[in-house]
Design a protein around this ligand. Structure first.
Ligand SMILES: [Zn+2]
Length: 262
């Protein structure tokens, strides 16, 4: 059987399953108070990437306009960097706001292709003799999304250290990043959830509404994603009860099938 047929069968099986599933009661406090249009994430800004949710080596598809990567024209520690346009614009606004408060920032790293990450991970593990958790295996790095960026101050240009988080620049980043749609992706004391050590320099673009909610509530993207799935499930469940949402259920099933693919 061709793989597209298998996919189509899996999709229909999922749709049938969704139609038969009883509507599960979810407590209101477990749901996100955000617009469904944001949680549906048509721009793929909320994509969860970690060791359990790997990206395909072709991601992000450059034939699709919304994934187009563009050059970052901001001060850098070294090299040239790319970001998805939506994150690049937001980062420019963040740097301008920082500069207005006499805070000087530098881009350390932004988009990283699957193949580059493969080499970085291999070299680090080979050099250390073990995986110290600071470098991600290919497909598991947020940098592949084109929505993640490492930002540091002049003093931390050469070596990224956790002490950066307590500098004036590090504190400013943590307190202001959400205004521009970024979150601190690997917060302190959440290593057990993210599986990644505290990185006060690693920002991830998720959009302003989601960023505000995540930062205000001290969440990780893992926790937010679990709540997002619950909220979408409850929403589609309700819509199902109203029996007028064939199109919405189709979208949810298609999204699930796609996620299982990556
Ligand atoms: Zn990073």
């Amino acid at each position: 059987m061709k793989s597209c047929c298998v996919k189509r069968c899996a999709l229909w099986a999922l749709i049938l399953l969704l139609c038969r599933m009883p509507v599960r009661a979810v407590a209101q406090e477990d749901l996100l108070p955000l617009d469904i249009a944001i949680l549906e994430d048509p721009m793929d800004l909320l994509r969860l990437v970690n060791r359990d949710n790997l990206l395909d080596k072709r991601y992000p598809d450059q034939s699709e306009a919304c994934y187009k990567l563009e050059r970052v024209n901001l001060p850098v520690t070294r090299g040239k960097h790319l970001l998805r346009a939506v994150a690049n614009d937001a980062l420019e606004a963040l740097f301008a706001a920082a500069k207005a408060e006499e805070i000087e920032l530098y881009v350390g790293s932004a988009y990283r292709a699957y193949r580059n990450q493969e080499v970085i991970y291999y070299n680090r593990v080979k050099r250390l003799g073990y995986d110290d958790g600071y470098s991600q295996m290919a497909g598991a790095s947020e940098h592949q999304t084109g929505l993640a960026v490492d930002v540091v101050s002049g003093d931390y240009k050469r070596v990224f250290e956790v002490e950066f988080g307590e500098t004036r620049e590090g504190v400013w980043l943590r307190e202001n990043c959400a205004r521009f749609g970024f979150i601190l992706r690997y917060p302190q004391d959440k290593e057990d959830i993210t599986g990644i050590r505290y990185e006060p320099w690693h920002l991830r673009y998720v959009g302003e509404e989601a960023a505000a909610y995540i930062m205000d509530n001290g969440l990780t993207l893992e926790e937010f994603s679990a709540a997002r799935i619950r909220t979408l499930g409850a929403y589609y469940g309700d819509a199902q009860a109203m029996n007028d949402d064939a199109q919405l259920r189709w979208q949810l099933a298609a999204q699930d099938a796609q996620q299982g693919d990556s």
